[in-house]
Design a protein around this ligand. Structure first.
Ligand SMILES: Nc1ncnc2c1ncn2[C@@H]1O[C@H](COP(=O)(O)OP(=O)(O)OP(=O)(O)O)[C@@H](O)[C@H]1O
Ligand SMILES: [Mg+2]
Length: 234
């Protein structure tokens, strides 16, 4: 994917994103890391077009992110699963396909089965979210995001609400998607996963991009800020 951020600032009551500029071409999996409150989720939401920056422009694959075409070309996965509680895992997928994409029932069912299977949930599709583990529910959210056949999948700390075993299960599920032909923009605190899955890393601190580069920057940080961050996380 190609990504261009020009003079982007974003203010809520205070400025939380401060004059970001970056141009990236032909990366497939971009990670955002940094301490809590550094602006990772805000930048992810800006890139997804869910929020409009106070200043500046963001372009993904040559399209301004404020265009509805962009919004339709991405899938989103958040910290906690956002499945409809009264629908089974499979219905959560088929409903989206039928209602928002106008896909016929039979085709929607086939797409749902294929993507549940991809996330090792072939035998769980008939269950309600409350009757599966947190890891399974989160994998179903990922299957749903994949089902709309997006160009890019955005993941904001998809394992934040999970214990270490379920975290591993979800991250392994995501790693298997490396060969899916999809691109990813994600936030994760699990640095081993960032190293394995990302081909580019953006390190943020206090609303700024302080360091960025291939995952090697994690092993040889230049700024004192990233050095400090790396010494505190595992
Ligand atoms: N909707 C909002 N209204 C007001 N302030 C907000 C809002 N969303 C985020 N903020 C503030 O913006 C700053 C950046 O928040 P953001 O959620 O982007 O950080 P983050 O890096 O994702 O942190 P975390 O690792 O805890 O998820 C924080 O100071 C936060 O309190
Ligand atoms: Mg966040």
């Amino acid at each position: 994917m190609n990504l261009s951020i020009k003079n982007v600032s974003h203010t809520y009551d205070i400025e939380v994103i401060n004059d970001l500029n970056i141009d990236l071409q032909n990366y497939h999996s971009i990670a955002m890391i940094g301490v809590s409150g550094s602006g990772k989720s805000t930048l992810l939401r800006l890139l997804a077009g869910l929020e409009t920056p106070t200043e500046g422009t963001l372009t993904v694959n040559g399209r301004d992110v404020s265009l509805s075409d962009h919004r339709r070309s991405i899938g989103m996965v958040f910290q906690t699963h956002s499945l409809f509680p009264h629908l089974t895992l499979k219905e959560n997928i088929t409903l989206v396909l039928e209602k928002t994409r106008g896909i016929a029932q039979e085709k929607a069912s086939a797409i749902a089965d294929e993507n549940l299977d991809r996330l090792s949930l072939a035998d769980q599709g008939h269950k309600l979210p409350q009757n599966v583990s947190g890891g399974q529910a989160q994998r179903a959210s990922i299957a749903r995001a994949l089902s709309i056949d997006p160009e890019i999948i955005f993941l904001d700390e998809p394992t934040a609400s999970l214990d270490p075993i379920l975290t591993d299960e979800v991250l392994s599920g995501i790693e298997k998607l490396k060969t899916s032909g999809k691109d990813f923009i994600f936030v994760s605190h699990v640095l081993s996963f960032v190293r394995d899955f990302a081909d580019y890393v953006i390190y943020m601190d206090k609303g700024k991009i302080v360091e960025h580069g291939t995952p090697d920057i994690l092993d040889a940080p230049k700024s004192s800020s990233l050095k400090n961050f790396m010494s505190k996380v595992r």
